[in-house]
Design a protein around this ligand. Structure first.
Ligand code: SAH
Ligand code: SF4
Length: 335
């Protein structure tokens, strides 16, 4: 598919149903009916960056900040494993409390639980990525956000698009399964640039692609922008499935936040992964990337049960394995 064809599919609101059905078939033929669950632990909302779209940006002084200590993090991981999760995702702002040594220690401890482990903690030095990999991390998730470099530099003051791209290349080179992705509906983001984003994700060969709608946060400079990007996000996700038939594609929480059936719509339009939040208690509310985040008032167990029922109701099953791309197995620690 070339750029023009992608732009045409993304713009074609009338034929969205047909596009999502085509992506659903490609999903079924290539990765089957299993939906892989990943337990998402939001372990710190402290961030050194100031991304204009994000509620965790450092200039948001109205947010009370937390980070879990090693013990809390390990306890959360254990509870998630007890609930049956076979992959855990550790996500946070760029919080330098988690030094190379501390983070490596945490990874080693969690890997003893025999899970696949994904990190989503932003930009770090090569030596950090290497240490985390050696400590046992299997996958890394970092969205490129947009490939429109001018837009990126406007939205992410003090950050460099080239640097983020290079981080993704380091992560790939170190043998992580690479997850990336974008936001859809950013102010001044064009359909053409979304098409470029998809071609970029195809070119760098992601193992996983997360595509979520931008949702304006009231405590950020983008508070007055529109947040009605669910359908364009679904079409973008569906085209991603057509371009990369066998990768992992999550039905994102941001989609669910814009529509009570958002994740189900995504699962019926090309997605094969869901990342239920397993963060406990007050921390759930405080990890507010965007407002109205789905399920913040629920418990991890409620979420696990709820999504399980929704998946069963559309005739799909929950993945029994680790759900790596091409069935790649995680590093497992010997007993
Ligand atoms: N700090 C790490 C991980 C946490 S942010 C990082 O930035 O990579 C995780 C993702 O949340 C970001 O990649 C971004 O795509 C998404 N996000 C942030 N603010 C958002 C908003 N207002 N609406 C939708 N998604 C948002
Ligand atoms: Fe920090 Fe990530 Fe939010 Fe940017 S998107 S402010 S890096 S948590």
């Amino acid at each position: 598919m070339n750029k023009n064809e992608i732009v045409r599919l993304l713009s074609d609101e009338e034929n969205e149903t047909a596009l999502l059905q085509a992506a659903d078939k490609v999903r079924k033929d290539n990765v089957g009916d299993e939906v892989h669950l990943r337990g998402l632990i939001e372990f710190s909302n402290i961030c050194r960056n100031n991304c204009l779209y994000c509620g965790l940006r450092r200039d948001n002084k109205q947010l009370s900040r937390y980070h879990m200590n090693e013990e809390e993090l390990l306890q959360t991981a254990k509870s998630a494993v007890d609930m049956g999760f076979k992959t855990l995702v550790l996500q946070s702002g760029e919080d330098m409390y988690y030094t190379r040594e501390r983070m490596s220690r945490i990874i080693e401890q969690i890997k003893k639980l025999k899970v696949a482990l994904t990190l989503s903690i932003g930009e770090r030095e090569y030596a950090d990525y290497k240490a985390f990999r050696e400590a046992g991390a299997d996958r890394y998730l970092m969205r490129i956000e947009t490939t429109d470099k001018d837009l990126y530099h406007r939205l992410d003051p003090g950050m460099s698009w080239q640097r983020r791209h290079e981080c993704l290349m380091m992560i790939k080179e170190l043998g992580y399964e690479l997850g990336s992705g974008i936001m859809v509906g950013l102010p001044e983001q064009s359909i053409e640039s979304i098409a470029d984003d998809l071609l970029y994700l195809q070119k760098i060969g992601v193992d996983m692609a997360g595509i979520g709608p931008f949702i304006a946060h009231p405590q950020t400079p983008l508070k007055n922008n529109a947040s009605n990007n669910l359908h364009l996000s679904l079409r973008t996700m569906a085209v991603m499935r057509l371009l990369l038939p066998d990768i992992n594609i999550p039905a994102t929480t941001a989609m669910e936040s814009l529509h009570p059936q958002g994740r189900i719509m995504a699962l019926k339009g090309g997605a094969n992964v869901v990342m239920p939040n397993v963060t406990e208690g007050e921390y759930r509310k405080l990890y507010e990337l965007y407002p109205g985040k789905a399920c913040v008032d629920d418990t991890p167990l409620h979420c696990r049960t709820c999504i399980g029922a929704k998946i069963a109701a559309i005739g799909r099953s929950i993945g029994s394995g680790y759900g790596g791309h091409n069935n790649r197995q995680p590093q497992l620690v010997n007993p």
